[in-house]
Design a protein around this ligand. Structure first.
Ligand code: DGL
Length: 280
């Protein structure tokens, strides 16, 4: 059986990782779950997110996935250890790219944008202890920012107001690197670059994560996805399908980097395992 990569996120954010993977291995079969019924993860507890992540992983593995990508910083922070204890297939997670931000910064001042759950989590605290020492790290919890992206809104007055409000002070204090600690924010790169001075780098983890996936697939034998026709990412939204499709269309119209994809009309994954739930 060939490799199939399963990716999940709370919504459209992880498509930034799927796009990076598609650039590297266009023919690789990819299944994507947008857990929109449970969005936003960033305002949920670790316990809720971990339980949900286990259900999603079960669904994707039952569907034949041989490697999982938790394309969500919030879910990785809350659930990566549990997932790796529970399942034996390789699982790639995400973390805010603080290390490259600190390495590339000349001023020694960097900002990390992330969801409230990620900013409060142990994983970011460990990352700061391991890679932030000696630098001045400003962590900015951004409640509501992923919601805008989830609606397909990646530019304009609302986005600018939120970003300017958060970044004004760190910019005055001399940051020269912004680490994107949420996969949704990858779609905001242009909006962020438009409001920061040219010397400020915006650093995203999607591509390094895609490279890690390719390297794991390679070490598992062969290198799937190199030859052959480009594959569509098969997506499934646990919440309202039409709403998810509309967000993707808005993102595409805004010029977002998306992989070729198809949104399934019916759950291709084990329905009982990833049934929609109401928001709490
Ligand atoms: N895309 C997710 C992340 O990387 C979070 C968005 C949400 O709050 O659900 O953290």
């Amino acid at each position: 059986m060939g490799a199939i990569v399963g990716i999940f996120d709370s919504g459209v954010g992880g498509l930034s990782v799927a796009a990076a993977l598609h650039h590297l291995r266009p023919a690789l079969p990819v299944r994507y779950v947008a857990d929109t019924a449970f969005f936003p993860y960033g305002q949920r507890t670790s316990r809720e997110i971990a339980a949900r992540a286990v259900e999603l992983a079960h669904g994707l593995i039952d569907d034949g996935c041989t490697l999982l990508v938790v394309a969500c910083n919030t879910a990785s922070s809350a659930a990566l250890e549990t997932l790796r204890h529970t399942f034996s297939i390789p699982i790639v997670g995400m973390e805010p790219p603080l290390k490259p931000a600190v390495e590339r910064s000349r001023s020694g001042r960097v900002a990390v944008l992330a969801t409230p759950a990620t900013t409060a989590g142990d994983r970011l605290a460990r990352l700061r202890a391991n890679h932030g020492a000696g630098a001045h790290v400003t962590v900015l919890p951004m409640p509501g920012l992923a919601d805008l992206v989830e609606e397909g809104v990646v530019s304009g007055a609302r986005v600018d107001a939120v970003l300017r409000g958060a970044l004004a002070r760190p910019l005055r204090e001399g940051i020269d690197a912004v680490a994107l600690g949420c996969t949704h924010y990858g779609f905001l790169r242009a909006a962020i670059e438009a409001i920061v001075p040219r010397n400020v780098q915006v650093i995203d983890a999607a591509e390094p994560v895609a490279r890690r996936v390719v390297s794991l697939l390679g070490s598992a034998g062969g290198d799937p996805g190199v030859g052959g026709a480009p594959a569509e990412v098969l997506c499934y939204a646990t919440g309202d399908r039409a709403r998810f499709v509309a967000s993707i269309e808005r993102l595409a119209a805004a010029g977002a980097d998306l992989p070729p994809l198809r949104v399934a009309a019916h759950p291709p994954f084990t329905p009982a395992a990833i049934s929609p739930r109401s928001r709490t």
